[in-house]
Design a protein around this ligand. Structure first.
Ligand code: ADP
Ligand code: MG
Length: 560
């Protein structure tokens, strides 16, 4: 049992098994790696490679904890050139699964089969086998039910494994990867050495096409290469910023911070770029042995690495991505305040309404005259309003989304979502994938004020919805909860709730194309003024643009 507990440090979930096995294949200098999984990796993970294989007399050592063929002296630990070095991955995996290891060293005639289940050696014998190694891991965590229970849905595990493999395929473009899940091929790479080829597997075709390749890799001993998104592409989370350090996938919030800093002023608040970066530093300036799953590293001089990343990315962005202000002609466009500062001749000085422009907190609390005076509606989509400092165009949909979202979150944070019973329960049918997600979500929906019952196969009954959404269509609202959740799903609990709230509010908000009475316009503007972050919708898009008095005067030739 102690072995099973220790295994938990390395083997957290199916994804960690895949990572360790693939790293072993890479260390064995494989040029072809075939991965296949079943049951989200719990039933089966198989990794087959054409690498060096293990000599027959060395196979028994594999199961000894801290036995590795990759380090010979203690000093090697400070100059690690392989992905593995701790010699505990296979031992740990074997402790919590049924593991079969088939291998034949290139120079030997016969191969070896090793079988382990729950840490017990079951078989060790010679067999005929192609050169290279095949590892099968079945029934992961069969003897650690607590850990099994902790896993998310099969979908989640599949998605994580796929994302991990796509990233490794990117980092090792000269290796041909093929990945199959539940019997179906998901992707394969050719091993041509062309990284851009692999990008679409990671980001999807559309995004991949626009990704910018880093040109200047950074001078000196620290190098950064890879791809980053132009400012026009952004996400609601930082999860699509990923790193390889010395060829291994790692997590490092401070490296992400360097990336965000490079985009400073180019993205809206709450929006994050997409990036995959390969960082190489001298062997002796990084400690790789700080985490059992080798998912973290420690740099001797983290500040230096931070600076190089920030500089290389910023340089690339400024070279390749023209600032939006340059594209401005006579049309109304949104520009960012910082860029505005450098372009005094901009045809129209329209910019996001920022906190500095209108500090709502400074308004006297008993003032019931709205700060913005509603003027009217244009195109059944925008409200026109006048403020002390010019004209505002407000996107009615984005603004209402913001209003609903803040009400929703403030009710949720104060502990009690008010729920409204429907007169008659409504039935919603989902597809199997959605249904799987819905089952995970039902308890969370309850805390958000929904009452939803699973009602046969993929049918659900909605009995109540959050009271603030009472004007919304309950079916549509429930559907919006599962839509795109795959893409958005987050590990942080509170984040999931916020995301659901944002999505639900989007669905429930006033649509563009809807004609509003003057009173409705006034109300919306007044509600927006009360928001904590009135200038963006929960998804980060602006709710309003501003045409300042100064800009107006200049345009009409009243000012020089
Ligand atoms: P580590 O990778 O840290 O050395 P592991 O437990 O992952 O430890 O693997 C133990 C040993 O098994 C490795 O050092 C290596 O000699 C051998 N091994 C594992 N997988 C493979 C493989 N796919 N090809 C060749 N050798 C392998
Ligand atoms: Mg290893």
């Amino acid at each position: 049992m102690a072995a099973a507990i220790a295994a938990g440090e390395v083997v957290e979930r199916p994804e960690s098994v895949v990572k360790e096995l693939v790293e072993n294949s890479l260390d064995a200098r494989a040029t072809r790696i075939e991965i296949s999984i079943k049951g989200g990796g719990v039933k089966l993970i198989q990794v087959k490679d054409n690498g060096s294989g293990v000599a027959a007399d060395e196979v028994p050592l594999i199961l000894e904890r801290h036995a590795t063929s990759k380090l010979s002296t203690k000093e090697d630990l400070f100059r690690i050139q392989t992905l593995g070095f701790r010699g505990e991955a296979l031992t740990s995996i074997g402790a919590v699964s049924r593991l079969v290891f088939h291998t034949r060293a290139q120079e030997e005639e016969l191969g070896t089969e090793l079988r382990v289940a729950g840490g017990e050696l079951e078989n060790l014998q010679s067999i005929g086998a192609p050169s290279g190694t095949v590892v099968q891991v079945r029934d992961l965590f069969f003897n650690v039910p607590a850990r099994l229970k902790f896993l998310k849905s099969e979908n989640t595990e599949r998605r994580r494994i796929r994302a991990l493999l796509a990233r490794y395929a990117f980092a090792y473009p000269e290796v041909a990867f093929s990945y199959e899940q539940e019997g179906k091929n998901v992707f394969r790479t050719t091993g041509s050495g062309e990284r851009r080829e692999v990008l679409a597997e990671i980001f999807g075709l559309e995004t991949a096409k626009s990704m910018i390749e880093l040109q200047d890799a950074g001078s000196g001993p620290i190098t950064v290469s890879g791809f980053i998104s132009p400012p026009s592409i952004h996400r609601g989370t930082r999860r699509e910023i990923t790193f390889f350090v010395q060829g291994r996938a790692i997590h490092d919030p401070s490296l992400s911070a360097a990336v965000l800093q490079a985009y400073h002023g180019l993205l809206m608040v709450g929006r994050y770029p997409v990036a995959i970066l390969l960082i190489e530093v001298p062997l002796e300036s990084v400690d790789l042995n700080v985490h059992p799953a080798k998912a973290e590293v420690r740099f001797t001089d983290p500040q230096k690495v931070f600076t190089v990343i920030q500089r290389v990315l910023r340089g690339t962005l400024l070279n390749q991505a023209p600032a939006p202000a340059l594209e401005m002609s006579t049309t109304w466009q949104r520009v960012y305040p910082e860029e505005l500062a450098g372009t005094p001749d901009a045809a129209w000085e329209i910019h996001n309404l920022s906190q500095e422009n209108v500090n709502l907190q400074q308004r006297p609390a008993d003032l019931d005259v709205p700060l913005l005076r509603s003027v009217g509606q244009v195109g059944a989509a925008y409200l026109v309003a006048e403020g002390p400092d010019g004209v505002y165009l407000i996107d009615q949909h984005a603004a209402h989304e913001r209003v609903l979202f803040e009400r929703f979150m403030s009710q949720w944070n104060s502990g009690g979502m008010e729920s409204q019973q429907l007169l008659a329960a409504e039935t919603v049918d989902l597809n199997p994938a959605q249904s799987e997600r819905m089952n995970d979500l039902i308890p969370r929906l309850q805390s958000l004020g929904f009452e939803v019952d699973h009602f046969g196969a993929e049918s659900y009954k909605v009995r109540a919805i959050p009271a603030i959404l009472i004007d919304a269509d309950p079916k549509e609202t429930l559907r919006s909860v599962v839509d795109d959740l795959e893409e958005d799903e987050s590990a942080l609990l509170s984040d999931v709730e916020a995301r659901i709230a944002a999505r639900v509010c989007k669905r429930a908000a006033i649509k563009s194309g809807q004609i509003l009475s003057l009173e409705e316009q006034r109300q919306l503007i007044r509600q927006l003024e009360k928001c904590d972050s009135p200038r963006t919708c929960p998804h980060g898009r602006p709710t309003m643009i501003h045409l300042s008095v100064v800009a107006l005067e200049r345009q009409f030739g009243r000012r020089g």
